[in-house]
Design a protein around this ligand. Sequence first.
Ligand SMILES: O=C(O)c1ccc[n+]([C@@H]2O[C@H](COP(=O)([O-])O)[C@@H](O)[C@H]2O)c1
Ligand SMILES: Cc1cc2nc[nH]c2cc1C
Length: 350
Amino acid sequence: MPQFTITPVSDHLDIDIRNKIDLKTKPIGALGLLEDTAFTIARIQQTLTPSLNAPTIAVFAGDHGIAKTGLVNPYPQEVTYQMVMNFVKGGAAINVLSKQNNIDIKIIDAGVNYDFGTVDKLIDAKIAYGTANYLEGPAMTQAQCEQAIAKGAEIIQSIFNKGSNVVGFGEMGIGNTSAASLLMSVICDIPIADCVGKGTGANQEQLAGKIKTLQQVLEKHQDLDKANPIAILSTFGGFEIAQICGGMLKAAELGMIILVDGFICTAALLVAQMIEKAILDYCVFTHQSEEHGHQLMLKTINAKPLLQLGMRLGEGTGCAVAYPIVQSACTFLNEMASFEGAGVSQQSAI
Ligand SMILES: O=C(O)c1ccc[n+]([C@@H]2O[C@H](COP(=O)([O-])O)[C@@H](O)[C@H]2O)c1
Ligand SMILES: Cc1cc2nc[nH]c2cc1C
């Protein structure tokens, strides 16, 4: 298992950062979540003058054995590879929204059930042609899981080496809301029915079937060691989820700002924080997905998302859309005048 050394962010500068925010020419707290975000970023970088360099979103794609059964997913499995081709051609939501905000994107084949051959702009990190069906056995072997964690870490290391200090995570994988729901249910000890949502668009009848199928999956794996994150991830995960988990752990080890997207990426983080709790210090939660379980999932890790736009697409689109807000947080902290500097009177006692 790759090892990660994640230093909890020091509280050394907390008072100075808070003072700097509070002494800006505004009523205390008036910039709301921008203030919390500025605080988080300054803490991560251990400076009063943080900066955002070479923002990058890494989109990991993988297929899920369960998706071949059609029991949990409205769209067929081949949409995963078709969307990967769309990503590399630049036509997907994540392409246009990243481009709008000058964010670089990397597309990674973590384990898609398709032979891409050599495709320009596609990073080959394939562990296998999709996971196994967890109705029958674990989704992947422990060795595959560890290999995926290591691969994800390697990819983020190379993004860091190119000068990035802020990385968003996105995913694509038909069936992966089921994997994320299972991870959530087991890690947060929440009944599966409260963790399952409509994914790409299940109707009421399909949703009931999805819950029933995932209940059967949990029964099949009831002897699973629920204190072992690798066992949990191997049983229910996807290769894209495992690579995101490894990538997030590496990003925190490197002191990068982690932009967390929707339901599936937050599920990867649930696993990562079981491995190294301090990873949460490095996270900015970009949005609350419309996917049913995401609100509760965020609550279990005390996360306050920046946006709630009713989005439920994945791909890292929440990160791309929220990035200008992260920039605003950084900008006000660096550029706004203080009361003293601007000659503005501070609050007086009433
Ligand atoms: O990120 C989210 O919150 C999110 C919520 C619902 C669906 N998705 C995307 O939809 C796909 C999985 O949906 P499903 O129904 O096939 O499990 C996968 O490609 C995800 O990127 C993503
Ligand atoms: C078309 C389509 C695009 C997606 N992007 C992320 N998940 C997706 C699922 C579907 C079905």
